[in-house]
Design a protein around this ligand. Structure first.
Ligand SMILES: NC(=O)c1ccc[n+]([C@@H]2O[C@H](COP(=O)([O-])OP(=O)(O)OC[C@H]3O[C@@H](n4cnc5c(N)ncnc54)[C@H](OP(=O)(O)O)[C@@H]3O)[C@@H](O)[C@H]2O)c1
Length: 224
């Protein structure tokens, strides 16, 4: 099923990479930004990358981007997340909202997961917009890989958590555009408390081994 997806913070590397993957798979994508010029610049970059494949990618200021979509993806830094989501709450009401936001800190010892009063960024978004159907997902796929040349990130799984079954299924299906297969249902929205800071572990591994690590889940049905 094709969706109209607004990527809030779509001018950053993560949002741009996800927008590119979804547009490539026939979804209608609106890149959101605090600046309509920056949004249109990124949309143009994605359209150019996709050539004449009829990709439907446009750019708009965040609130405008929300208006036409059925799925919203939050791809902004955790710093500023609360104010951004609160400011857009009326437009977010009723939408399926996928958060890939990782609240991380960095100090001399490296990356670490920040304490979030609501439990996680995804739960914070759900508290701020109680009418939205919030899902956590796409926390562990790297922006560089998303914008890279691989057709699919076929060595990785997208872990998805949420309390609304239908919204979670949408995110599970959207993972196909990224990995070539369904995402993995990782449980209730509160699992975002585990999924978000897990990214700090991947960043530590990346630093230690000079790689771009990802998550693969073994033992799933059909995984052989
Ligand atoms: N980078 C990765 O590899 C990666 C991987 C997995 C998950 N993530 C998560 O995905 C999210 C986005 O990552 P990113 O690397 O793309 O981040 P980013 O480049 O720092 O920010 C993304 C966009 O968010 C907007 N933004 C920045 N500060 C904001 C604020 N205070 N209020 C509202 N909007 C703001 C900016 O867009 P405008 O200025 O155009 O509005 C910016 O281009 C983060 O939460 C990150 O943890 C990132």
């Amino acid at each position: 099923m094709s969706h109209t997806i607004a990527v809030i913070g779509g001018t950053g590397p993560q949002g741009k990479g996800l927008a590119y993957r979804w547009a490539r798979h026939g979804h209608v994508v609106v890149v959101g930004s605090r600046s309509s010029d920056r949004a249109e610049e990124t949309a143009t970059e994605i359209r150019e990358r996709l050539g004449g494949n009829g990709a439907d990618v446009t750019g708009a200021e965040n609130a405008t981007a929300l208006a036409s979509c059925d799925v919203v993806v939050l791809s902004v830094p955790y710093d500023g997340h609360y104010d951004l989501v609160a400011g857009l709450s009326s437009g977010l009401a009723g939408k399926t909202m996928i958060s890939c936001v990782n609240p991380l800190g960095f100090d001399k010892r490296g990356p670490y997961g920040l304490q979030v009063a609501a439990g996680s960024a995804a739960e914070e978004a759900a508290e701020l917009v109680p009418d939205a159907r919030v899902v956590g997902g796409f926390h562990h796929v790297s922006a560089v890989s998303l914008w890279g040349d691989q057709d699919y990130l076929s060595d990785e799984d997208v872990l998805v958590c949420g309390d609304d079954r239908d919204a979670k299924q949408i995110a599970v299906e959207l993972a196909r555009s990224v990995t070539g297969r369904e995402g993995v249902d990782a449980g209730a929205l509160r699992m975002a408390r585990q999924l978000e800071p897990l990214t700090a572990v991947l960043i530590s591994i990346n630093k230690r081994y000079k790689v771009r690590s990802g998550i693969t889940v073994s033992g799933l049905p059909g995984s052989g």
